[in-house]
Design a protein around this ligand. Structure first.
Ligand code: EPU
Length: 343
């Protein structure tokens, strides 16, 4: 376990916010994490981070940031793979593809680490990670006990889990056991994934499909639409796609028709609710590419806020996000919820 004091967190969050924390603890195994949790000399509060890819540090952090780097990927049996919470998510996707195991290929190239994937319930191209999770290995911050939580108890929903709600702050994820498949299990129905596979690998591609082929295709699609956090700071989707009532949806449709905005992309999610892409709403409010200080709405995918100058302040991002939310509410009556956590 490594303990450091008064540390710049700029390299530990994908938004590259140059805030400081009073104390930083880096641990690379469960025992070290348990020791840290039981150490009264570490300033509180304690805040666990992985790749720092879904958060915005809004100010200096007065307590201890716990940064886990638990590595390791292990095949447990023909249908299950364990990965440490600190494994880079895309490395896990690559490992599965290299070993001809189906499961995470549609989730390739999402920034962040394995531990956060199970908290956020990351999703893309028709797959949500909760469909692949068997159990989440955690340490309880109350008594430092290790516990394995079955996926059924994690209350997974769209970009949501019990770790973001009732159990927020209670458990720190140390590893995840995934369900994978040796027999082909492709998910190609979302957007243009199927067409993109055929375009890339030829007409007969679907008969000899491998997870590596799907991974390569999805990675290429993402690269055209989303900023690479290695070049441009961001936290991926800044907002969730809102679920609106049928009434609000009809009103959005009317506005689109009156203003000639074209058809409104949407997805009926049942229970009288309709999912409307935040990207479309933000785009039609004219935000694409607009800046606020060093921060900007990304030109190619307005769901993403980027640290365009490389030196955006937390306030630049916070006020830009608030302005975007207010304008979508005013024009379309829809509430955009943040996906990114403010710390
Ligand atoms: N759109 C516009 N204008 C634009 C861009 C997109 O109107 O400039 C419209 C498109 O026409 C499309 C719609 O927005 O109909 C949705 O776009 P897309 O399917 O590309 O993405 P999304 O639904 O907005 C979600 C995830 C992404 C994930 C993609 C692909 C959320 C919050 N985001 O975005 O996740 O990669 O689907 O499956 O659910 C992330 O979490 O960091 C992330 C990027």
């Amino acid at each position: 376990m490594k303990i450091s004091w008064d540390i710049d967190l700029g390299g530990m969050n994908t938004f590259r916010m140059r805030v400081r924390c009073r104390c930083l603890v880096e641990y690379d195994n469960v025992e070290e994490l348990r020791d840290a949790l039981s150490d009264p000399s570490l300033p509180r509060p304690l805040f666990p981070i992985g790749g720092g890819s879904n958060l915005l540090f809004t100010k200096d952090f007065p307590g201890t940031v716990l940064h886990g780097t638990i590595k390791g990927i292990k095949k447990l049996d023909s249908g299950r793979v364990y990965a440490g919470a600190g494994v880079v998510w895309d490395d896990f996707c690559a490992w599965c593809a290299d070993n001809d195991l189906w499961g995470p290929e549609n989730l390739s190239y999402i920034p962040g680490e394995v531990g956060a994937s199970a908290v956020q319930n990351i999703g893309a191209y028709g797959r949500e990670v909760c469909e692949l999770i068997s159990s989440v290995e955690c340490v309880d911050t109350r008594d430092a006990a290790a516990i394995s939580i079955p996926a059924a108890d994690c209350r997974y929903a769209y970009r949501d889990s019990i770790f973001k709600k009732e159990w927020k702050g209670r458990y720190i994820v140390t590893g995840v056991i995934f369900k994978v498949s040796e027999t082909p299990d492709p998910v190609l129905d979302y957007g243009h994934v199927r067409e993109a596979v055929i375009e890339r690998f030829g007409a007969g591609a679907l008969e000899k499909l491998t997870p590596a082929m799907v991974r390569e295709t999805v990675t290429a699609i993402r690269k055209t639409k989303l900023p690479d956090v290695a070049d441009l700071g961001s936290a991926g989707s800044f907002f969730r796609n809102p679920y609106v009532s049928k009434e609000i949806f009809e009103s959005i449709r009317n506005i689109a028709e009156t203003e000639g905005l074209g058809p409104v992309p949407h997805f009926d999610v049942g229970e009288g609710l309709v999912k409307v892409p935040a990207a479309w709403l933000i785009d039609k409010c004219g935000w694409k590419g607009r800046a606020n200080g060093g921060a900007a709405v990304y030109e190619k995918q307005p769901l993403v806020i980027v640290n365009r100058s490389g030196e955006a302040s937390p306030e630049d991002v916070v006020s830009l996000a608030a302005r975007v939310q207010a304008s979508v509410k005013e024009k379309f009556g829809a509430n955009l919820e943040r996906e990114v956590e403010y710390v």
